[in-house]
Every structure is written in structure tokens, then in C-alpha cells.
Design a protein around this ligand. Structure first.
Ligand SMILES: Cc1cc2nc3c(=O)[nH]c(=O)nc-3n(C[C@H](O)[C@H](O)[C@H](O)COP(=O)(O)OP(=O)(O)OC[C@H]3O[C@@H](n4cnc5c(N)ncnc54)[C@H](O)[C@@H]3O)c2cc1C
Length: 367
């Protein structure tokens, strides 16, 4: 964060969420409505711009500010909080990429939310942790590349908007690049119905001999490892915002139902004061690590532990909310039902809880 940085007006963002997002939540969850206009509007309120430098139309502020925006959205709708994370993650990748041409081409429009952007990095991140094979392949062509392959599910995508992904080069190494979703070059296919997160515009993405020019490349093979290590902590830390928002709302719901049922709810595990205390400590450490991530100085083991902790806490808090709210919370139109599915997503989206525990164990063994 530099001396002339600005901050996100969180009060304005919260008012916008309750006016424009809250009325859509049922349709997002039950009908798969993608809140596209809400996202563009959030962009106009600097909802994705925290970490982008001032000269690219950003605020030059901290990742900690971005996490608070994502958390505020997720308090109302965890699915939309995930989409906000997708857009903000792309801002993070572009802000810290070593190639000025790609930053200049895409960062201002992505940071303002004019160009919507998906991040298809799960496969690469899992591949780098030795969990699965990489799915996109590249070959050199002049100063650019050609790409082939399929990614099974990437969110926040729409025709002529943007995707940021990585591919393995046939001669060795990896590259990371951005591609505009031109239907002649990249096909978006519908996914089977999900148990939640249907309003995230998640598609199966097919690259067929897709051309990538030099100014679309965020990291060439010789820059790739350093760039991945630069963005990895922010990738994980910023997802904590999704879980934090979901947990906050579950805690409020528990407090509300306890006005009439505390005499019996007090026998349950994960009481609201314990959940609140754990979340406060987790967020304090997350903000500390986020400010370190701005400067590329995090403790990665600590970052992975925090990311795993929010997955566990989201599951605990939403299950506790469901138990506290009882039959009322078992009605399909009660938020407790939706939040349980959203919390499960926090634990299965890459890096999933099992993936985090694998990486944590490897780092602990190495130290
Ligand atoms: C709603 C939703 C949105 C997502 N959005 C994104 C996104 O924006 N960007 C992104 O990069 N990733 C996205 N993902 C992928 C997600 O981050 C995980 O990587 C993915 O769910 C696989 O993780 P896993 O733990 O199940 O893999 P594992 O348990 O390790 O599974 C092993 C392998 O099996 C494959 N697999 C299992 N079932 C199927 C199936 N039915 N069809 C195809 N392959 C299958 C998996 O892809 C994986 O390669 C999304 C997933 C969901 C469900």
C-alpha cells in the first residue's frame, strides 16, 4: 500500500449489496441467475480495484481491503462472493505479472469490472501439487503460442469476456495467459447441474488451436515459477473472504433464533460466541498475512493453515446454524440451507481442504 493509496468505501458497497444483490439471492440460488449487472456496478464502486495500482485505475490499497469487499458480498450471497473472488483474483494476477504489455491491455478494464474475468487455475494449482495432470497444452508460434485442451469447469465466464489460465509448453515449462472468449477460438459448454453455485456462469472451456499473442501472456516459461510463487498467497488468502462472509451470517442467524430458543440451543456444539471469536482471530491473522502478501513477504505455511481453517469454520458454522434453527432452518427457503451448500464449496474449491492438508503436511515435513 503506497502513501497515496485510496480505500474502498465499504459503507457504500454494503448499501449497494442490500439494494441490488439481496433481492436476487433466491433466483441466484434456485434459478441459476448470474448477477452480471450487479458485478459491473460493484466494479464502478471499486469493488475489484483494491490491489490494482493507481496508474491502472486501481486504489493502490491492500489485499486486506479486497477481502473485506468479498466478505461483505458473501454475507448476503456466498455464490456471488465466489464470483467476486474470481474477478479480484484476476486483478491480483495482472497486478503482479512480470509483463507490462498484458497488464496494460487488461488490468484497467478488469479492475473496473467492465471486462468480466474468470480464473481457470484450479487444474494448474492441483497439477503443481502433484494431484492431477495438466489439461492445457501449448506450442510456440512466433512471439506467441497456440493452445489446445479442455478445462472442465471455470466460473464468471461470458462470451467476449476474459479467462486467465496456464498451459504446459510442448518443449517444457508452463505459461500463464489471458484470452478473450471469442466463440470462434474458445468454446464454452454448459456444465451438468451443480448442487449450489449455479449462478456463477460456470462452463466447460474448450481451447482449439487458440492463438495467444505476446501481450496476452502474463508469464512466459522462464517467468512462470516466480509468478506462481508471487500470486499463490493472495490466491488463497482472498478466498478467506468468501468463508468469512458466510460464517458472519450464520452467527447472526444463530443469535436471532436464540432469542427464543437459547434454553435448548445451549446444548449444541459451536456456539455463536466461540464461532465469532475464532473468526475474529482468523481474520486478524488473515489481514496481517494479506499486508505481507502485498509486499511478497508472507509465511506460506501460515497462509495455507488460515485457508484450511476457514474451510473448516465455514462447515462448522453453517452446520451449527442448521442445528440451531431446527425445522425452520430445514425449510428450503431458509438461508441456512443455501449457506450449507456454499460453505461446502469453500471446502472443495481449489485449494480444497484435502489439497491444503496435503500441501501443509509436505511443508511441515520439509521444515
Ligand atoms: C461450481 C464449481 C465452480 C468451479 N469454478 C472453478 C473456476 O472458476 N476455476 C477453476 O479453475 N476451477 C473451478 N472449479 C473446480 C474446482 O476448483 C475443483 O478443482 C474441482 O471441483 C475438482 O476438485 P476435486 O477436489 O473434486 O478433484 P479431485 O477429487 O482431485 O478429482 C480428481 C479429478 O477428477 C475430475 N472429475 C471428477 N468428476 C468429474 C466430472 N464429473 N467431470 C469432469 N471431471 C471430473 C476432476 O476435475 C479432477 O481432475 C469449480 C468447481 C465447481 C464445482
Amino acid at each position: 500500500m503506497n502513501s497515496t493509496s485510496q480505500s474502498v468505501d465499504l459503507e457504500q458497497v454494503r448499501a449497494y449489496i442490500s439494494e441490488q444483490l439481496a433481492p436476487l439471492v433466491k433466483d441466484i440460488d434456485c434459478k441459476g441467475l448470474y448477477p452480471r449487472e450487479f458485478l459491473h456496478g460493484l466494479g464502478r464502486l471499486n469493488g475489484f480495484a483494491a490491489v490494482a495500482p493507481l496508474e491502472y485505475g486501481g486504489l493502490g490499497a491492500s489485499l486486506a481491503d479486497q477481502i473485506e469487499v468479498t466478505a461483505a458480498v458473501s454475507e448476503t450471497c456466498g455464490s456471488t462472493g465466489f464470483v467476486v473472488w474470481c474477478q479480484a483474483a484476476c486483478v491480483w494476477y495482472l497486478t503482479h505479472c512480470p509483463n507490462e504489455a498484458a497488464r496494460a491491455r487488461y488490468l484497467p478494464a478488469v479492475a473496473r469490472g467492465e471486462l468480466l474475468a474468470g480464473t481457470g487455475m484450479s487444474n494448474t494449482v492441483k497439477h503443481l501439487s502433484n494431484i492431477e495432470a495438466i489439461r492445457l497444452k501449448a506450442r510456440r508460434e512466433g512471439d506467441g503460442y497456440r493452445i489446445e485442451g479442455v478445462l472442465p469447469w471455470v466460473s464468471n465466464l461470458a462470451e467476449n469476456q476474459l479467462i486467465i489460465v496456464a498451459a504446459a509448453l510442448d518443449e517444457g515449462g508452463y505459461l500463464m495467459f489471458a484470452a478473450e472468449l471469442d466463440p470462434a477460438q474458445i468454446e464454452l459448454r454448459a456444465c451438468p447441474t451443480f448442487a449450489g453455485l449455479e449462478g456463477t456462469h460456470t462452463f466447460n472451456v474448450r481451447f482449439r488451436n487458440t492463438r495467444v499473442d505476446a501481450d496476452q501472456v502474463l508469464a512466459h516459461p522462464e517467468q512462470f515459477a516466480a509468478h506462481m510463487s508471487r500470486i499463490r498467497p493472495g490466491f488463497c488468502l482472498s478466498q478467506i473472504g468468501i468463508g468469512a462472509g458466510i460464517v458472519r451470517t450464520s452467527v447472526e442467524s444463530i443469535k436471532r433464533i436464540n432469542r427464543s430458543l437459547e434454553h435448548v440451543n445451549c446444548f449444541l456444539d459451536d456456539q455463536h460466541d466461540e464461532l465469532e471469536q475464532t473468526l475474529a482471530e482468523l481474520l486478524e491473522q488473515t489481514h496481517t498475512q494479506s499486508r505481507l502478501a502485498d509486499e511478497d513477504a508472507t509465511d506460506i505455511l501460515q497462509v495455507l493453515r488460515l485457508r484450511a481453517r476457514i474451510a473448516e469454520l465455514s462447515l462448522d458454522a453453517t452446520r451449527s446454524e442448521a442445528l440451531h434453527t431446527g425445522a425452520r432452518g430445514y425449510l428450503m427457503n431458509h438461508g441456512a440451507q443455501r449457506r450449507q451448500r456454499e460453505a461446502l464449496f469453500v471446502a472443495i474449491v481449489t485449494p480444497a481442504l484435502k489439497h491444503l492438508r496435503k500441501d501443509i503436511q509436505a511443508l511441515e515435513a520439509a521444515s
